[in-house]
Design a protein around this ligand. Sequence first.
Ligand code: CTP
Ligand code: MG
Length: 391
Amino acid sequence: MIDSNVLSQQNHAIIVAAGQGERSGLGRPKQYEALKGQPMVRYSSESFLNHQNIAKLWIVIGTGQEYQLATALAGLPDFEVVIGGATRQDSVQNGLSAIEAAGGAKNVLIHDAARPFLTHNLIDCLLGALDDEAAAIPVLPTIDTTINVTDNYAQDTVDRSTLWRVQTPQAFEFKKLLQAHAIWPKGSNASDDAQIFKAAGHRIAVVEGDERLKKYTTAFDFADTSEQNMTQIRTGMGFDVHQLSIGEELWLGGLKIDHDKGLAGHSDADVLLHALTDALLGAAGAGDIGDHFPPSDPQWRGASSDKFVEFAASVIKQKGGRINNVDMTVICEAPKIKPHREAMRQNVAKMLDVSIDQVSVKATTTERLGFTGRGEGIAAQAIATIKMEQE
Ligand code: CTP
Ligand code: MG
C-alpha cells in the first residue's frame, strides 16, 4: 500500500526500461541482459532502492515483461511497475502519470535502465541541487576534438568547451516536469526530459556526471562486456618430486634423457609432466593427479605421463576452458636442461594442442643445497593459466 500523503512530499525515481534494445543487436531487450553477472536493470534499481532519500521506485517496462523484471529484481525491496509506451517519452509519461495517480511526488529522478552503474554519490548530488533549483542533470565534458561534417568532408572545429554530454538520472520538481510534459507538442520527439523541461521555460542546473554511468547502446558495448562477463581467467600450480636412482630411465617433459641416473616412481616418473598435470587440474578445480591416477592402480605402472597431461587438458576442455599458457621449472643440479628445452616445449605443446610460444620450460639449480643439490632427486614446478567460459 502506498501512503500517498507522505509519498507526495518525497523524492521518487522512475527507471524507464520499456525499450526494445534494437541497436544492441542482441535480438532481445537489453535491460535484462547480464552484465558482470547481474541483469542490467538490477544495478540502478538497487541504487535507488537502497538510497535512503528515494521514497519510491517506479519501473516502466514493456508489455508482458512482468515476470522477466521480477526475476531480474528477485529479492529486492518493494517497487512499483508501470507499462511503458512506444517511445521513451511515452514511457516517461506513463511513469509520471502513475505517480500522479498515486498522489504525486515532491521531486522525481528519471533514469534509463540502459545506464546501469549509478552511484549514490550522483543521486546525492542531484538531490542536493534540487534544494535550490527546479531541475538538475549530470553532464560530462566533450573530450575529443569536435567538428562539423558536411557531405563527408570535415568542416570547422567546434568550440567544445561549451558542449557537454548529458546523462541520466535527470532530477526535477515533479509538478513542473508533469506540466512541461503536458505542454510539449504532441508527436514531437524529445531526446530527454531536460529538453522538455527547458522548452517549458525552466532553467536546469548541471552537476558532474560519471563516466562509469555510460549508456549501453550498440553491439560493441555488449561485445565488450560479454567478453568480460564470460571469460574467467584461472591459474593452477603444480609441484612434484621424484627420487633419482641408478638403473632407472630419466624422462623429463616427455623426453628420454641420457643420464647416469633416472627417476623412480610408479609411472615413468616424469616429474615435470606430473607438476604440469597438477597445475592444469588445479586451474580447472578438478583435484590432483593422485585423484585421477592413483599410484595404487596397477594400470598406471610404467605409464607414459603424457597421458596424464592430455587427460588434464581434456578436463579443461570439457569444462569449457582454453589453455592460455603454461610455465614450468625443473629444479636439479644435473642433467643440464637447456639443451633439451626446445624439445620439451614442443612435446608439451603437442600434448596440450597449443602453440610452442604458450609453453615455457625453465631450469634452476639449488646451489648444491638440499636433496636436489645433492642429486638425490629432481623437483619440478608448473603454473597453468586458463580461460574459462562462465558456467
Ligand atoms: N525506453 C523505454 N521505452 C521506450 C523506449 C526506450 O522505456 N519505448 C527506455 C529504454 O529501455 C532505455 C532508455 O529508455 O532504458 C534509453 O533508451 P535506449 O537506450 O534508446 O534503449 P532502447 O530503446 O531499448 O534501444 P534502441 O533504441 O536501440 O532500440
Ligand atoms: Mg531507443
